[in-house]
Design a protein around this ligand. Structure first.
Ligand SMILES: Cc1cc2nc3c(=O)[nH]c(=O)nc-3n(C[C@H](O)[C@H](O)[C@H](O)COP(=O)(O)O)c2cc1C
Length: 411
């Protein structure tokens, strides 16, 4: 792998570069979470609590990161997940994300809240494109989107279910982040201080939620949260997923689950996969970290479901942690958005190479030749001492055991 040296060397550095390049109200939209943002820090802490076991000496000279997911060959167990309004960080951002994913040999999930149309995303390289669906109050709109996605060749459908009500994103509320952008003296000053972004946007035009605007006839929108609250249906349940199962013949994935007791219903409905996710800390404030729920999900799912996971993944070692605990692949949201903000498709490609290289290093130093040989035996969780004030420390491995044998979801 080669990577232009002028790009940052880690996702943390991409984040810093994005912070410098974007006006505050745009950076905050990407970087922020709901409420106290404690879920964002919990996602990080939970990953850091899991320590990887370096297992040498093992002959790893022929190590490979390739995996098969839903019958497709991936260069590594990574997916660029759905992020709405990517065009606010880089013109035609959705298309650039799709292009970089295709070049890297991993899938790209197009958001319902994309700033590009489906045709342009499909035309962005040969790679595997998935479509993320929100279920609107007007179900016919969602159904039309599903049918178009199928006709255009999206190969998997990912239905997001953790949006019964939008989380309170305080940074967006304080900044008055709305669509179209409403210009206040403070926003204008921030744009003047970030001339590269401002010139680019002046040339490209203010981003629009292409799919939603076309389907819902939206003209002027308030904050994203208000928009979503007015359109998304809080009555969504497994019955709706069952109806989608009848409509969508390809792989069907449900995104935004945290409660392993739903696995039984998921299996009964016939979905192919789940994304264990707290929406990157943007929805339920104070949520459990998704990585902490993974062992229970794998234990419930057996090999009947593919398990994907997101929320807080920033390094190749993070990806290795999830794979070892039973995930089939990891989705990223902000990691590639930060990169997109710094330089479009080439920067996203560079970020994917960083993640790939870091994952390869972790895998080889853990003494693993094939991704599906990674197991919980390679994870150590130093036990915290219970105290009188906190006698029941949450230990997700307590029931499933740290050496739980994994039988992964279908290829
Ligand atoms: C700016 C932004 C926009 C997002 N838009 C969507 C969306 O339209 N649909 C969706 O299902 N998830 C959306 N998400 C959530 C991501 O798919 C993903 O769950 C989350 O970003 C994962 O956490 P991470 O950013 O720490 O990787 C969005 C996330 C961000 C940061």
């Amino acid at each position: 792998m080669t990577r232009a040296s002028h790009h940052p060397h880690s996702i943390a550095e991409f984040r810093e570069a994005a912070r410098r390049r974007l006006p505050k109200f745009v950076f905050d939209y990407v970087d922020g979470g709901s409420g106290s943002e404690s879920t964002i820090s919990e996602n990080r802490s939970a990953l850091d609590r899991l320590r990887l076991l370096g297992a040498a000496p093992v002959d790893v000279s022929d190590a490979s990161q390739r995996v098969t997911l839903f019958g497709q060959d991936l260069s590594m167990p990574l997916i660029i997940g759905p992020t709405g309004l990517a065009g606010a960080v880089w013109p035609r951002g959705d298309v650039d994300l799709a292009k970089a994913a295709a070049e890297h040999g991993i899938p790209f999930v197009m958001s319902t809240a994309a700033t590009a149309n489906m045709e342009d995303v499909i035309a962005a390289g040969e790679g595997s494109k998935w479509f993320q669906l929100y279920l609107f109050r007007d179900r016919e709109v969602s159904e039309r989107m599903v049918d178009r996605a199928q006709a255009l060749g999206f190969c998997a459908l990912e239905v997001t279910v953790d949006n019964a009500i939008p989380g309170r994103r305080l940074r967006d509320a304080r900044n008055g982040f709305s669509l179209p952008f409403r210009w206040t003296p403070r926003k204008l000053a921030s744009c003047l201080a970030h001339p590269k972004w401002s010139l680019q946007m002046a040339r490209a035009g203010v981003p629009k939620l292409e799919l939603m605007a076309a389907e819902l006839g939206l003209e002027s929108m308030d904050t994203i949260a208000e928009l979503m609250q007015s359109q998304l249906d809080p009555s969504v349940s497994w019955d709706d997923i069952a109806r989608l199962r009848d409509r969508w013949p390809g792989p069907l994935v449900v995104k935004g689950v945290l409660d392993p007791s739903h696995v039984t219903r998921a299996k009964a409905v016939g979905v192919d996969g789940l994304v264990i996710s707290n929406h990157g800390g943007r929805q339920l404030d104070g949520s459990v970290a998704s990585i902490d729920m993974l062992p229970e999900f794998r234990s419930e799912a057996g090999d009947a479901l593919s398990l994907l996971i997101d929320s807080g993944f920033r390094t190749g070692s993070d990806i290795a942690r999830a794979i070892a605990l039973g995930a089939d692949a990891v989705q990223v949201g902000r990691a590639t958005l930060y990169a997109l903000a710094t330089g479009g498709a080439p920067a996203v490609a560079a970020a994917l190479e960083v993640l790939h290289r870091e994952f390869e290093i972790a895998q080889m130093l853990m003494g693993v030749r094939r991704v599906d040989e990674m197991s919980p035996a390679l994870i150590r969780r130093p036990l915290l001492e219970p105290t009188a004030a906190n006698p029941n420390l949450f230990d997700p491995n307590a029931d499933t055991g740290p050496r739980l044998a994994i039988s992964r979801g279908g290829a």
